[in-house]
Design a binder for this molecule. Structure first.
Ligand SMILES: [Mg+2]
Ligand SMILES: [Zn+2]
Length: 220
C-alpha cells in the first residue's frame, strides 16, 4: 500500500501558531484575560478544541478580507514545498489536517504556491464581520476535537500504509496515537512520551523526507 502523510499546520507547516496569533490579534484587548483562560483550559485538557474555537470566534469581529490580510503576514516552511513535491513524485499521499480554521491555512498555502494540497480543517464562515466556525469533520474520532486527527488517521489506514503523523503539539495527540509512525517537535514528543509512545524528532521537512526515503530524483 502507498504511504500517506498527515501534516499538522500550526507550529508544523507554519512554524508560528497562526491560529493562536489570529485570536490574539483580533480578540479585543479588554477580553485578553478571558481568552488566555480558554487557551489554558485547552492546554491542560479541561476544554476540548471545538468548544474553545466556538468561544474564540464569538469574541472577535472581522471580515474575510481582514482574515486574509492577517494570513498574508505568515509564510509556510520552505522545506514543506519540497516535501509536497517529493510526495507527488513518489506517489505518496499527503494532506494538511488541522483543528484550526481553513481560511488562513488555504491562504498561506496559496501564497506558497501550493494551492493543490488538500486541507482538512474547520471551516470559517463570514457574514459581514461575524465569524462562525463550522465543523465538517465533527462526530468522528474522540469527540473533543473540532477535527480529530485520530479519526482521519484511522480512516486513512484502510487504504494507506504506513500512515505517518507529522505534528508539534496537543492537537496532534489523537492522530499520533493512531498513526503508524510519528514525527514530532518538542511538545508532542513529550506528550507522547508520557503515554509511552516514542516519536521521531524532526527539525524541518527535509528530515522527514530523508527518514521516509522520499528524497532523490524529484521531477519538476
Ligand atoms: Mg500544531
Ligand atoms: Zn481527538
Amino acid at each position: 500500500m502507498r504511504p500517506f502523510l498527515v501534516c499538522d499546520f500550526d507550529g508544523t507547516v507554519c512554524l508560528a501558531d497562526v491560529g493562536d496569533r489570529f485570536f490574539e490579534h483580533f480578540v479585543p484587548r479588554e477580553r485578553h484575560r478571558e481568552w488566555a483562560a480558554l487557551i489554558e483550559a485547552y492546554d491542560t485538557g479541561r476544554m476540548g478544541s471545538r468548544e474553545v474555537m466556538e468561544k474564540e470566534c464569538a469574541m472577535v469581529r472581522l471580515t474575510l478580507g481582514d482574515a486574509l490580510a492577517f494570513a498574508d503576514g505568515f509564510r509556510a516552511e520552505p522545506s514543506f514545498a519540497s516535501l509536497v513535491a517529493a510526495c507527488r513524485a513518489k506517489d505518496v499521499g499527503l494532506a494538511v489536517v488541522s483543528d484550526g480554521l481553513d481560511v488562513y491555512i488555504r491562504r498561506i498555502l496559496d501564497n506558497a504556491g501550493l494551492p493543490g494540497v488538500p486541507v482538512l480543517a474547520n471551516r470559517a464562515v463570514f457574514r459581514g464581520d461575524v465569524l462562525r466556525p463550522e465543523f465538517p469533520w465533527a462526530g468522528r474520532g474522540c469527540g473533543r476535537c473540532g477535527n480529530c486527527k485520530g479519526g482521519h488517521v484511522e480512516e486513512l489506514k484502510a487504504a494507506y500504509s504506513p500512515v505517518v503523523m507529522i505534528g508539534d503539539a496537543h492537537s496532534d495527540v489523537c492522530g499520533a496515537l493512531a498513526a503508524d509512525r510519528v514525527f514530532a517537535r518538542e511538545i508532542l514528543s513529550a506528550l507522547m512520551k508520557d503515554r509511552g509512545c516514542p516519536t521521531e524528532h524532526y527539525d524541518d521537512f527535509d528530515d522527514v523526507a530523508r527518514a521516509l526515503g522520499l528524497q532523490g530524483e524529484v521531477r519538476a
